[in-house]
Design a protein around this ligand. Sequence first.
Ligand code: GAR
Length: 202
Amino acid sequence: MAVLRLGVLSSHGGSNLQAIIDACKEGRLHARCCVVISNNSGSMALQRAKNEGVPNYHLSGKTHLSSQQLDQAIRDTLEKHRVNLVVLAGYMKLLGPLTVSHYQGRILNIHPGLLPRFGGKGMHGDKVHKAVLASGDGVTGVTIHLADEAYDHGPIIAQTQVPVFKDDSVESLRGRVLKREHEFYVETLQRIAEGDIELSGL
Ligand code: GAR
């Protein structure tokens, strides 16, 4: 079993990043978090990477003037750390064509809902939970899919359901879904590491 060399991109809290790092440390996930990239210099995600001694980079429109330069810097940084699987974990930006084509079929994204419902541009985090509550659906969930150059787009590789209760608020639903995300990202990555889920690019 080859060790997955993960490059994690995260914009804000980085709780999924932490779940992945913890699982690697505890041997529940046969992978190594090789680098963390954030578009947000003040993110908890970068702080978590620093705390764990994982190489980390702030790469954004502030550090690179053109989107092409930024795209190239992200791809070069992933390559420099010999990443073989890119993990988007609460990354609120789109990747550019250089990165997407280089890592074709090897970029995962997690979404806090059951795609294709409640996805697309502007549908992230609490907006998803609000829309689920407004819909009256009795079930929501977590989707892990291969990412491309569009928001929440690409083949779904794993999905799990999470119940919605009548008295749920955005906060209670967010908490239940996020807890499941942490387990499910790790479980799905481990299935990839074991070859149970095959990614053509790996
Ligand atoms: C997670 O709920 C993730 O699914 C969501 O952002 C949160 C990030 O939390 N991503 C999206 O909505 C993407 N469309 P984290 O930074 O604590 O891992």
